[in-house]
Design a protein around this ligand. Structure first.
Ligand code: SF4
Length: 134
């Protein structure tokens, strides 16, 4: 069976950049067939859930962290899997400083523009990983 790509956001509760990463992953998942892309809950990896560990070990993994603490990437690596690509929302924001999210619960128009930019970047990374896998 062909490998899927697991898109994994950090939990980032209460942080606008964590919310942007999650929203961008939902958008990227919506743009691709479920046979190619999936996700799971980061907390399941943190509690050593066997199904979540199997999912990341058997497939390609792209993490999206809100900030440089890299919680998603580190938890995947703690589970013994090297990520195939690690993105940070804060790095995307550095290239688009005019798109400052308005708040955590209401990202506002600038925050959602950042979501779309990140989702497009995720789409390019997905295409790149799929080409490598062929
Ligand atoms: S990477 Fe940053 S935003 Fe995400 S959960 Fe960790 S500390 Fe929070």
């Amino acid at each position: 069976m062909a490998k899927k790509i697991v898109l994994l956001p950090c939990s980032g509760i209460g942080k606008a950049y964590g919310e942007i990463g999650r929203q961008a992953i939902y958008e990227a998942i919506g743009d691709h067939p479920p046979a190619e892309i999936t996700t799971t809950c980061l907390a399941k990896l943190m509690i050593d859930d066997p199904e979540a560990k199997q999912l990341v070990h058997e497939n390609m993994v792209v993490t999206v962290d809100g900030c440089a603490r890299d919680c998603a990437r580190k938890n995947v690596e703690n589970a013994g899997k090297k990520v195939d690509k690690a993105l940070r929302v804060i790095e995307i924001f550095k290239d688009h400083r005019d798109l400052k999210p308005e708040g955590v619960l209401e990202l506002g128009e600038p925050g959602f523009k950042l979501v779309h930019i990140l989702a497009e970047k995720l789409g390019r990374e997905i295409d790149c990983l799929e080409r490598k896998e062929q």
